[in-house]
Design a protein around this ligand. Structure first.
Ligand code: MLT
Length: 396
């Protein structure tokens, strides 16, 4: 028996596990300190009433013989949910065939599982900084990773150049961690590049619900021709607070055919073999997100988080700290003050303000010197955190 040697190439622990451990150690050493967590992008508002009502009803159905559901008829997801997702895209002008939509237990799993479809020899292109899952998934599989620098100079939105090479490209927009968001025009450049280079784009749209500015893309399929070269992964975690409920979906267009094989058929084959679908109760809850009442409740929740982002942004402006994000995104990406590096600022902020954030360096080398704060916290605690951050930075 031999182990997968690539695990030795990973950082010792996943970024958010490292942070959780450091916070536990801090709390053990300082039990009297009140710590506010604005690190991992976990939501704090409960599920919307429409969602829980739908789930209660589904639980009752599961308790009666005549309405009980066993194995899901299609591992791809119930038609009622896939049709609701189809209508959600259509409202945004994107037409999908229902066979292109696959319901899953979340974007994180799909982002890793999709790699089953690709040869290990493919070169992977990822922005730096980036959601660490893209990198770790590919390190585990032993793929070569190339990084595209996302810096203040390119507004944290790397674009392909003449010498950009790669077989699989990850794009995340609105971006985790920087909050920057590609316009439809910029994504068109990526789609054209992918076509010219026979490459595939894995587009992570988990934060699309935060986009409000016209011209910015919510889906890569707003670009004509993107269905030939892009798979889109999305989640109910951020739009509807499903971080603890688990549901997401992936769009694999029928148009993607490589080496005479349909990527959609390959993904269906993979999912039917390795996945038995998402719980009926959860899919009924997810369906309710897209009802008129569900959408209204969800917009109220998104506005709550948008207000948190504005509160954090204002505090940073007041103490002269540069930041971006927080407008079409729940993340605020700030330059560490006082010349501190990312982890120094993490420790300093925890010690001096009792606030937890995420060090930019944890998302990649280009994130060094930056720091991420999430707007998904409780509003009162976020106001308290913003006041503490401001007061602490003003002492520097
Ligand atoms: C984050 O904080 O980057 C995200 O919440 C992590 C995730 O969605 O898995």
């Amino acid at each position: 028996m031999k182990l997968n040697k690539h695990y030795t190439e990973l950082n010792e622990s996943y970024l958010f596990s490292t942070i959780a451990r450091k916070v536990r150690e801090f709390q053990a050493a300082n039990p009297e300190r009140d710590v506010i967590r604005l690190g991992i992008g976990d939501v704090t508002l409960p599920l919307a009433a429409s969602v829980t009502e739908a789930m209660h009803k589904a639980v009752d159905e599961q308790g009666r013989k005549e309405s009980f559901h066993g194995y899901i008829p299609s591992e791809q997801g119930y038609e009622f949910l896939r049709e609701a997702i189809q209508r959600y895209y259509a409202k945004n002008g994107v037409m999908l065939d229902i066979s292109e939509i696959f319901v899953s237990d979340g974007a994180k799993s799909d982002l890793g599982n999709l790699l089953d479809l690709f040869d290990v020899d493919n070169t992977v292109l990822v922005p730096d900084p980036v959601y660490p899952v893209y990198v770790d998934d590919n390190v585990m599989a032993g793929r070569t990773i190339h990084y595209m620098a996302a810096t203040a100079e390119n507004h944290f939105l790397p674009m392909p150049g003449e010498d950009t090479e790669g077989d699989i490209v990850y794009l995340c927009s609105p971006n985790n961690p920087t909050g920057s968001t590609y316009s439809v025009e910029q994504l068109k450049v990526w789609v054209d590049w992918a076509k010219a280079h026979d490459a595939l784009i894995l587009f992570d749209a988990a934060y699309e619900c935060f986009v409000t500015e016209p011209g910015l893309a919510r889906s890569i399929y707003e670009v004509e021709g993107a269905k030939d070269v892009a798979v889109e992964v999305c989640s109910f975690s951020k739009i509807a607070g499903f971080t603890g409920t688990r549901c997401g979906y992936t769009v694999v267009p029928q148009a993607i055919v490589k080496e005479n094989q349909s990527l959609n058929k390959m993904w269906l084959r993979r999912q039917t073999t390795k996945f038995n679908g998402v719980a009926y109760v959860v899919q009924r809850g997810a369906e309710a997100v897209f009802t008129e009442q569900g959408m209204k409740e969800i917009q109220d929740n998104l506005n709550y988080y948008r207000t948190n982002a504005a509160v954090i942004g204002k505090a940073l402006e007041d103490c002269g700290v540069w930041y971006c994000g927080g407008k079409n995104s729940p993340y605020i990406w700030l330059k560490c003050p006082g010349g501190m590096d990312s982890w120094q600022f993490f420790d300093w902020l925890l010690a001096n303000a009792g606030v937890v954030g995420t060090p930019g360096a944890g998302f990649g080398a280009c994130g060094e010197g930056y720091f991420r704060l999430t707007a998904f916290g409780d509003a009162e605690r976020t106001r308290e955190a913003a006041a503490r951050i401001k007061a602490a930075i003003q002492t520097l």
